[in-house]
Design a protein around this ligand. Structure first.
Ligand SMILES: [Mg+2]
Length: 223
C-alpha cells in the first residue's frame, strides 16, 4: 500500500545553514591557499559548476590539484572541506520539524548536489540519521521527480525548500498532487521574491510544527 503522504525536505538552507557552510569554507581555503590561489580555486569552482551544471566541490579540488601539482596546501583541500563541522550549522528547529513531519507522514530528504560532498554533508551533519537514512540526491530534483516518485510512491507529496524556482517548477508540473512549502531562509529567498509556486510560506523551518496533516495535503488552490 502506498503511504498517504511523503514529505520531502531540501537540505541546503532548509535544514542547515548552507550560507554559513560557504562562509566557513571560504575562510578555510583563504587561510590555506592565500588570496591569489584562493581566488583561482573559487574561479575553478564556478567553472566546474557551469560545465557540469551542478555544484561539485570535489571536482573543483581535483582540477585545482591538477593546476598546482606538488602544492602542499592543495593536497590539504579535501580534508579542509570534508572536515567542516556540519553538525554545528543545522538549524536549531530542524529536529522538531522533522519529528513533526514523521508524525504526519513519511519524511525524506530530497536534495540537489554532487555524489560525494553532498552525501557527506548530509551524513556528517546528522541530517541523514534524523530521516533514518531516507536520503535522495539528484542533480536536478524538479526534473527528476518521476524517478523520485518511483522510490517513494505516495498519494500526496509535500516539498519543503528554500528555492522559489523549485516550487514554481513542481507546481506547474504536478499541481494539486503536491503541496509546496517555501522556507524564507538563505540567499535564494532574499534574491527571488516570486513565491507564486508556493502553497505555504514559512519564515523558519520550525514553523512547520504548527501545520496539520490536512493543511499539508491540501494545496493552496483547494483552500
Ligand atoms: Mg536549498
Amino acid at each position: 500500500m502506498k503511504p498517504g503522504l511523503v514529505i520531502f525536505f531540501d537540505v541546503d538552507n532548509t535544514l542547515l545553514d548552507n550560507d554559513a557552510v560557504y562562509a566557513g569554507l571560504h575562510e578555510r581555503t583563504a587561510a590555506a591557499l592565500g588570496p591569489e590561489r584562493d581566488r583561482r580555486f573559487w574561479e575553478i569552482y564556478n567553472e566546474v559548476r557551469a560545465i557540469n551544471d551542478v555544484v561539485d566541490i570535489p571536482a573543483a579540488i581535483e582540477q585545482f590539484q591538477r593546476e598546482f601539482p606538488g602544492l602542499p596546501a592543495a593536497a590539504e583541500l579535501h580534508r579542509l572541506v570534508f572536515d567542516f563541522p556540519f553538525a554545528e550549522v543545522v538549524f536549531p528547529t530542524t529536529p522538531a520539524a522533522v519529528a513533526h513531519a514523521g508524525a504526519l507522514g513519511l519524511p525524506a530528504v530530497l536534495s540537489d548536489g554532487d555524489s560525494r560532498f553532498q552525501p557527506h554533508k548530509i551524513s556528517a551533519s546528522g541530517v541523514a540519521a534524523m530521516f533514518d537514512g531516507r536520503v535522495v540526491i539528484r542533480q536536478h530534483k524538479e526534473l527528476e521527480f518521476p524517478q523520485v516518485e518511483q522510490l517513494y510512491p505516495a498519494g500526496h507529496y509535500v516539498m519543503v525548500d528554500d528555492k522559489p524556482r523549485i516550487h514554481r517548477a513542481l507546481k506547474a508540473r504536478y499541481g494539486d498532487t503536491i503541496t509546496t512549502i517555501m522556507v524564507c531562509q538563505g540567499h535564494y529567498a532574499a534574491e527571488d521574491h516570486d513565491y507564486h509556486g508556493a502553497d505555504i510560506v514559512l519564515e523558519d523551518i520550525g514553523e512547520l510544527t504548527s501545520l496539520t496533516a490536512d493543511e499539508l495535503k491540501r494545496p493552496a488552490g483547494a483552500r
